[in-house]
Design a protein around this ligand. Sequence first.
Ligand code: TRP
Length: 330
Amino acid sequence: METVVSGIRSTGNLHLGNYFGAMKNFLRMQEENQCYFFIADYHSLTTHPKPQDLRQNVRQVLAEYLACGLDPEKCTLYVQSDVPEVAELYLLLNMHAYKGELERATTFKEKARKQPDNINAGLLTYPVLMAADILLHRASKVPVGKDQEQHLEMTRQFGNRFNRMYEVDYFPEPQAFNFGVQLVKVPGLDGSGKMGKSEGEGNAVFLFDTDEALKKKVMRAVSDAGPSEPNSQKPEAIQNLFTLMDLVSTKETLQFFDDAFNNCTIRYGDMKKQLAEDMIVFVSPIRSRITEILKDESLLTDVMKRGKEKAQASARKTVSEVREIMGIRY
Ligand code: TRP
């Protein structure tokens, strides 16, 4: 069985795009692999979150992933800082990570541009911490998106460098992992591209949005004046509405609006109203589960405790072997 590691940003509240994308992947992986999923709270410290916000975010994200079906019986679900062994591995790996290569990371350059007053060492060594997360469990698979591929490449680089330096074959080379199946690409509401948090307020529908917020976002989704010729090709923004409808509405509803489009009688106001209603029906049971889990202090505490224990067992083993290999044994 292969070992999978993935980090979840602690501000990464789930939207429908994640739900049909990464989440579906996670649910399959937990059935078939040895999975370590963790909330990357150490990573989030580069931007200095307020302590009370950090706590709130970690609990919220944990509740959301549980509500979607991540099962602590099937995977190891933990909070990164509950396993401080990762910090030791990070320190050790830092000795073999070079300033030049760290400065060349696209994410570093971008963040440095965005927050010129806070270019801290944690930001520069972010990829080393990420490598430590992965190497800590000697994972061979990492489910990440395109934006993280460079970090994964750096992880391979650090692992291989360690192996070469100490003449061992200790760390496997982790590969990006997406099941080879085409994930459903969920479009956003802004008329182009995929649903994402960074694409601007209003583009993504979050599982935890209130009915009102959700409805408002959908009603403001980009559309146009409607087709003037029967059976025309759908412009991107309109196709996006149909793609979203296909995910949450019944076949009949979808067919109804498709016919209306084809005979030029479609009213996008009505379509969006229907889409919003169906999205609410779709997300509200998940939202109720999130709320219930958030109220259940002892459930969250238990999940974190179990995750910590399981992750720590694997982490301690790796760190003690790494110490041994490096000669930290006096
Ligand atoms: N950097 C990842 C992101 O921004 C999160 C992350 C941290 C991660 N550590 C990881 C992902 C380890 C995969 C493996 O999304």
